[in-house]
Design a protein around this ligand. Structure first.
Ligand SMILES: Nc1nc2c(ncn2[C@@H]2O[C@H](COP(=O)(O)OP(=O)(O)OP(=O)(O)O)[C@@H](O)[C@H]2O)c(=O)[nH]1
Ligand SMILES: [Mg+2]
Length: 329
């Protein structure tokens, strides 16, 4: 008989959708300890091939736009439809203190109490590489645990959005109602990765401004270059109110319509394949970097080569070749 592997229990728990097992597994993939990393890799390998796919939704928006409130009401709507919803947060900056995680818990109070929801705040990791791997692996774990929808939330700061876009099927940008001039404020790169733009706070006094903002963005989106991964009419801007709960069903309908179209047209699979290749290359890059800076002798060699380059004793190319040659074996 073969020995049971340490991850067998965990794996079985995840596959039947146990939240406790899932939470333990996410903690495991977050760990930077070498032995934990080994176990995590074995766990993820063992879980491959379960054949489940969730709809992975990236959600971005500047602080205060209403991401937490939106996730609470949107998530509740999905749960009430019988769907299982996971929420993962990505925040590579250290700006988010324990305080706002607490704040998030209260803002997602109802959702966090649902047996069919799993909410995981951002771990305190400062570098983007660590956050991205942890999030990707957490996404895989949630998918293995049979979640239908995985929302990956990120604050609207540059790089983290691009990273999240590389691990989701749909990218939703949440914006606040604003006058026409402020349209310019949204970075072009973000407009280009958005599949659906939701103008939040379309309620009360802000409603008319929100409707105008929707019209402005609809116009701006029509001017963007048509992307092969979009059916007619996408990307799209819609009004929502996370507080009142209005517009959530139409937004969900559009997300599903887009996902369906991408599945039928082959863009869904092609994108996931491309993402897998992207992350493979990223891992090789970061693995190489880790080996170049990982042990003391390698670090000393890098420092010595760097100094030699700085003094003009050798060329950057030759020094790099020498550093890389040191990795062999
Ligand atoms: N009127 C109105 N206010 C909203 C709506 N959604 C959120 N808010 C308010 O906007 C403020 C910020 O909401 P959050 O959900 O915390 O925003 P967030 O994007 O998660 O903010 P960070 O976590 O700081 O990035 C809160 O006071 C909410 O009550 C909405 O649909 N309408
Ligand atoms: Mg929040």
């Amino acid at each position: 008989m073969t020995e049971p592997r340490p991850t067998d229990d965990l794996s079985a728990g995840i596959l039947v959708g146990e939240r406790r097992a899932l939470a333990r597994a996410v903690t495991l993939v977050e760990s930077t300890r070498a032995d934990h990393r080994k176990t995590a890799t074995a766990l993820l390998e063992g879980l491959r091939g379960h054949g489940r796919q969730a709809l992975r939704i990236g959600l971005s928006g500047t602080p205060g736009v209403g991401k937490s409130t939106f996730i609470e009401s949107f998530g509740m709507m999905l749960v009430e439809q019988g769907l299982r919803v996971a929420v993962l947060a990505v925040d590579p900056s250290s700006a988010r203190s324990g305080g706002s995680i607490l704040g998030d818990k209260t803002r997602m109070e109802q959702l966090s109490r649902q047996p069919n929801a799993f909410i995981r705040p951002s771990p305190s990791m400062s570098h983007l590489g660590g956050v991205s791997r942890r999030t990707r692996e957490a996404v895989s774990l949630c998918e293995a645990a049979g979640f239908d929808v995985i929302i990956i939330e990120t604050v609207g700061v540059g790089q983290s959005e691009t990273m999240v876009a590389e691990m989701c099927d749909l990218f939703v940008l949440l914006l606040a109602p604003a006058g026409g001039d402020e349209l310019q404020g949204v970075k072009r790169g973000i407009m280009e990765i958005a599949d659906i733009i939701l103008i939040n706070k379309a309620d009360g006094d802000l409603k008319s401004t929100a409707m105008r903002t929707v019209a402005d963005y609809s116009g701006a989106l029509r001017l963007l270059r048509k992307r092969p991964q979009d059916p007619e009419g996408f990307p799209k801007a819609l009004p929502v109110s996370a507080v009142v709960g209005s517009g959530l069903e139409p937004a969900w309908d559009e997300m599903q319509a887009l996902a369906e179209w991408r599945k039928e047209s082959g863009h869904w699979d092609a994108r996931r394949a491309e993402q897998a290749r992207h992350w493979f290359e990223e891992e090789v890059r970061s693995g190489l970097l880790a080996r170049l800076t990982g042990d003391a002798s390698m670090r000393a060699k890098m420092a010595q080569l760097g100094a030699a380059v700085a003094k003009g004793e050798t060329s950057p190319d030759a020094a790099a070749a020498e550093a890389l040659a040191g990795l062999k074996g």
